[in-house]
Write a protein of this length. Structure first.
Length: 394
């Protein structure tokens, strides 16, 4: 039946019945509802509620739209979709919220179109409905429609799609998320990174494959994620990234290799100790320190280099690792530096490293530095001798 414009008994009953529910969505629609009162039990069918969506009275249209959502009957979906075009925004808002409650995929595209509604409140309700529908699609592992939304022009829709993709086991998902690592919206980028990190090993190959995209804005977060995931399949690609001309990529690759902690990275990281960029050198040194004992022998070999950057960094790392295998090579270098006086900083770091290792075989060489021409070298040598003495007394 078609709802008449005049207030028939059914129209009045319908309005009182639904208004007494207090707009179950909890939204302030601006439409005045009836006060709570004793009302008779009235059976109103789905068909009557659908017909009421065409009523002239906005109260009835809003109340009918909301009640259809509460009823959960998907026969109402197409009619609620039509109500997204209602001339009154309160009705459009109620229709969007009810479509979210019904969680029917048929409403996805109409709701996307409704994002352009001139009323911000309706837009907000549409986004809420889209999120609800995509959550239902996620439960059914219906991935394709969600994947299609990651290219939507509305960043909120992309955000909802990315959030919905989290936790889905499908090979298409990590590839799609990788493509969002250069999204214009920071929240979308961050959420995509979080989702990829949670995927762990499943995300490794798509992240490695991203290096073929020739897009630095994707490479950098991809390198970071490979480090966070810590899968050794990423070692060789990260070593290649370490040799890339871009300093920021070298820096991120150096850090990532330290997190993975694979001995294959030791030699390339030692080579990076001679980089012209201080930040890259420091990242390489930190990663070698994290790799620890597997790096000791290659670092000892590096003490034969003439590059002061390499010598100083290798000395500092060996001191931090604290392996006694480094004592005699460090002592030999110290004796050479005590004669050549190439760098006060290197002599200082040699004394500090030997003080950290606390091996008495270093005492004679440290006594030489205790009379060095540089104040800091002398002070560090004396500190190292004291450390060794205290270590022997324990």
């Amino acid at each position: 039946m078609n709802m008449p414009g005049s207030p028939t008994a059914l129209v009045i009953a319908l309005c009182i019945y639904i208004a007494s529910a207090g707009f179950a969505h909890g939204q302030d629609t601006g439409v005045q509802t009836f006060p709570k009162q004793d009302i008779p039990e009235i059976e109103i069918s789905i068909d009557q509620l659908i017909d009421a969506l065409d009523a002239k009275d906005v109260h009835i249209r809003v109340s009918s739209a909301e009640e259809l959502g509460r009823r959960g009957d998907r026969r109402a979906v197409s009619h609620l979709i039509r109500s997204l075009q209602d001339k009154d925004w309160h009705v459009r808002n109620a229709a969007a919220l009810s479509l979210g409650m019904l969680q029917d995929p048929r409403a996805l595209q109409p709701l996307l179109s409704a994002l352009k509604d001139r009323k911000s409140k309706v837009q907000e309700s549409v986004r809420e409905a889209l999120s609800s529908i995509m959550e239902e699609m996620k439960k059914r592992n219906d991935v394709e429609p969600i994947l299609a939304l990651i290219e939507n022009e509305d960043s909120d829709v992309r955000m909802i799609a990315v959030t919905s993709l989290k936790g889905i086991k499908d090979e298409k998902v990590p590839k799609a998320l990788v493509s969002l690592l250069d999204d214009q919206n920071e929240s979308v980028r961050d959420t995509a990174m979080e989702a990829l990190k949670e995927m762990g090993p499943d995300a490794v190959i798509p992240l490695i494959e991203s290096f073929t995209m020739n897009d630095m804005s994707i490479w950098i977060p991809a390198v970071r994620l490979l480090g966070e995931i810590g899968d050794n399949r990423a070692v060789e690609p990260l070593i290649l990234a370490l040799k890339h001309p871009a300093r920021i990529l070298q820096y991120e690759a150096a850090k990532a290799l330290g997190k993975i902690n694979d001995p294959r990275a030791v030699e390339p990281l030692i080579q990076a100790l001679s980089d012209n960029d201080t930040v890259v050198r420091e990242a390489a040194a930190q990663s070698l320190t994290e790799i620890g004992k597997p790096a000791v022998e290659p670092l000892i070999e590096a003490l034969g280099e003439r590059d002061l950057y390499v010598l100083t960094s290798a000395t500092m790392i060996l001191g931090t690792i604290g392996d006694v295998r480094a004592v005699e090579p460090l002592v030999d270098l110290l004796r050479t530096e005590a004669l050549e006086h190439r760098s006060w900083m290197l002599r200082t770091e040699l004394a500090r490293a030997l003080g950290k290792i606390k091996d008495p075989r270093a005492n004679d060489a440290l006594n030489i530095l205790a009379s060095d021409i540089d104040d800091e070298v002398r002070e560090t040598a004396l500190w190292a001798l004291e450390e060794i003495e205290q270590g022997e007394s324990r």
